[in-house]
Design a protein around this ligand. Structure first.
Ligand SMILES: O=C(O)CCC(=O)C(=O)O
Length: 435
């Protein structure tokens, strides 16, 4: 196996001085901060990784406090670059110590901690040093993969839910929990389609139309459609089929933002950073009474290996295909995206599981009661599942179309089309917003 330390050092500048000249972190940071940061860099290049970690803590705390004062948009780039730098040094030190041949060091600095530190740098920091964190985190995650799944699941069972003892005790049980087989789910869903979807309202399906036909018949007319047989070639659907185990393997130790709460319009809705392993154990396999949803997250920028399993649909070339926003939507049964619309064209691709979709044309706006508050103007005040018809009397008159989106299907939604979406099983969808 490659020496992880060598790989890590290869990505970084050769000396503390080289780091100092390759970045400019002068504005906005007090001299006491810069002094401590310099010392943190020097400890790293002296090979004193424990001291580097110690010195990184007050630096990251200081910057974290800056991030949490006032508006995110006002957070200075300098602070974010500094956060990126210190996360790079701290995470690299943690990874190097975790693979140290001296057992004591290995126990205290887990590789998973290093990945967490790198991800915090990626999520909160601003990239410097040629975006070195992407390379570092990939190398370290690959190292974990090489250790082997069995070691990883043992580490997972013992570490992933460190803060939650009750779930911790169940970790092994959760790992072995039997999920429904695909054919059981398919049968159930076909029954559900028969009983819940009105064929007269069902969104039209079409098998892999030509670009010209799609453009003239759907895009130009602002008509939604479900396209089938367009993504069968994706590795995520064929050679590297996505499953919970596969997602764990490729990204289990990565830290991501999770939306917690039944829907974003509720008062108790919040967001929390956690690893994908924690998320799967608590919110997908566990028995949390709250819903957790990895929603609208640019996971594929963070984990390029998963990006290699999907492809931008060819139809996006009808717009500016350089500028496509790709988002992941991964969650348990029961996630709800309340009725809302977005400004761009959208392909919502269902990779795993099933989702109920309900669509309303922009011409129905006046019956959908958009919120009047800033940032929620694109969201209806009506709970589409249980509409309050006294408060919103026109809602039931609004015309809609509906469908259950199956794995391998791709829903086209024109800009401003209202959509309400609920997952019926554990689900992983990928959306492509394009203009
Ligand atoms: O799948 C979901 O829950 C919501 C997807 C969505 O709103 C979108 O792709 O714009």
């Amino acid at each position: 196996m490659d020496d992880l330390k060598t790989r890590i050092l290869k990505h970084l500048p050769d000396t503390a001085k080289d780091i100092a000249v390759s970045i400019e972190l002068i504005d906005d940071l007090p001299s006491s901060y810069l002094y401590l940061q310099k010392s943190c860099c020097e400890r790293f290049y002296d090979g004193d990784y424990s001291q580097c970690i110690e010195k990184s803590k007050p630096l990251l705390d200081y910057l974290w406090e800056k991030f949490n004062t006032g508006n995110w948009k006002d957070v200075s780039m300098t602070w974010r670059e500094a956060y990126y730098l210190v996360s790079t040094l701290k995470g690299s030190s943690q990874a190097i110590l975790a693979t140290d041949t001296r057992a004591e060091e290995r126990n205290t600095h887990s590789i998973a901690d290093a990945i967490k530190t790198f991800d915090m740098g990626l999520l909160m920091g601003a990239p410097i040093l040629n975006n070195v964190l992407t390379k570092l985190v990939q190398d370290v995650h690959t190292y974990l993969e090489k250790i082997g799944v069995s070691d990883r699941t043992t580490e997972l069972a013992s570490r992933c839910i460190d803060s939650d003892k009750s779930v911790h005790n169940n970790a092994n049980q959760l790992l072995n929990k039997k999920l429904k087989t695909d054919s059981e789910i398919d049968q159930e869903i076909e029954e559900e389609i028969k009983t819940t979807i009105d064929p007269k309202k069902e969104i039209k399906r079409i098998s892999c139309p030509s670009l010209e036909y799609f453009s003239a018949t759907f895009k130009d007319k602002g008509t939604p459609v479900i396209i089938t047989n367009a993504i069968n070639h994706w590795p995520a659907m064929s050679t590297r089929q996505w499953s919970l185990d596969y997602i764990r393997l490729k990204a289990g130790f990565r830290t991501v933002p999770i939306e917690i709460g039944s829907k974003y319009t509720e008062d108790n809705w919040t967001q929390k950073l956690m690893t994908i392993n924690d998320f799967i154990n608590k919110f997908i396999l566990g028995s949390q009474n709250q819903t957790g949803y990895l929603a609208q997250h640019q996971l594929f920028d963070q984990v390029p290996e998963l990006r290699n399993d999907i492809a931008i649909p060819d139809y996006c070339c009808l717009g500016n295909s350089e500028d496509v926003d790709i988002n992941a939507w991964f969650g348990p049964k029961g996630t709800v995206s309340p009725l809302h619309h977005d400004p761009k064209h959208n392909f919502l691709v269902q990779v795993v599981g099933y989702k109920y979709i309900r669509l309303y044309s922009p011409s129905e706006n006046s019956k959908l009661y958009p919120h009047e508050t800033f940032l929620l103007e694109n969201t209806s005040q009506v709970d589409a599942e249980n509409p309050d018809v006294v408060k919103f009397p026109l809602f039931n008159e609004a015309l809609f179309s509906e469908a259950i989106l199956r794995p391998g299907e791709m829903l086209y939604m024109p800009p401003k089309y209202w959509h309400f979406i609920k997952s019926l099983y554990i689900s992983f969808s990928v959306s492509f917003w394009w203009e």
